[in-house]
Design a protein around this ligand. Sequence first.
Ligand code: NDP
Length: 298
Amino acid sequence: MTARLIDGRAVAAALRARVADGAARLRARDGVAAGLAAVLVGDDPASQLYVRSKRRACDEVGVASFEHRLPADSGIAAVLDLVARLNSDERVDGILVQLPLPQGIETRRIMAALDPAKDVDGFHPLNVGRLWGGEPALVPCTPQGILMLLKRVHPEGIAGRHAVVLGRSAIVGRPVAALLLAADCTLTMIHSRSRDAAALCRGGDIVVAATGRPEMVKADWIKPGATVIDVGISRIPGADSETRLAGDVDYAAVSRIAGAITPVPGGVGPMTIACLLRNTLAAAAARRGLADPVPIED
Ligand code: NDP
């Protein structure tokens, strides 16, 4: 069997087009220009790259973007002060604090200081609690994108399927587990202390791999026909000083066993920014008591 390729680029492009329509509608009908503020502390090159690509994505869909940079040695007070200003800035509907933050600045404290209504990453404790409680919330972007991809593969729904999540981070593993549970999956979570991850993983009708361990999921970890979502992105040094990107799944081998699989790159990655833009519109509308212009369910 050769797995069906889940084309995240195509799904993300369709979502971005819906966001562009939604942003135009909000502007024309309601006089609302949605805006996203990015906070970058320090000069981590990968973070700078992410922030640049987010700004470009905003431009493309007609969402205003504001960039705020602070030096790496800024104290936590300076970051909290900036967050407070963005919380009360009417032009700003979404605030994205680029992670990781430099040492000494506790992520937890910064997330808790965000206005939950502008928390487009869905990391504020109130949004985390709402997500687990099954209440409406701003849902973290990568997990939201993963559920959208699963919906493409399983338009009939995923209720009753056994989903296995590898990784339990606050950014991916835990929120994706909450969403799978909300979609009525039976859930297994695997982490670094789990025993016999391979056997646990083989039980999954759906496998979501988010460990950051390149190609750890092998063909004999996968039930034939399962749907495999590879979240991992690792840079592997090659012989000729070139690097290549690898996911958490041994793609070449697993794609001969799975029913459907996301590639790396071009799977989950493109969904993350598209969902961030979607969340920004959702936040802009919700803050003003308007209907969500791009509902997740559609
Ligand atoms: P973290 O490092 O925060 O978490 C990794 C998780 O994997 C932890 O829960 C850890 O367990 C678990 N883990 C590590 N090693 C093993 C192992 N050998 N067996 C089982 N579980 C293991 O990573 P993130 O969640 O932030 O990211 C995971 C990957 O996804 C990374 O490659 C990252 O780059 C990528 N990513 C991609 C995104 C996208 O847009 N495509 C967005 C975000 C992340 P424990 O808790 O016990 O330590």
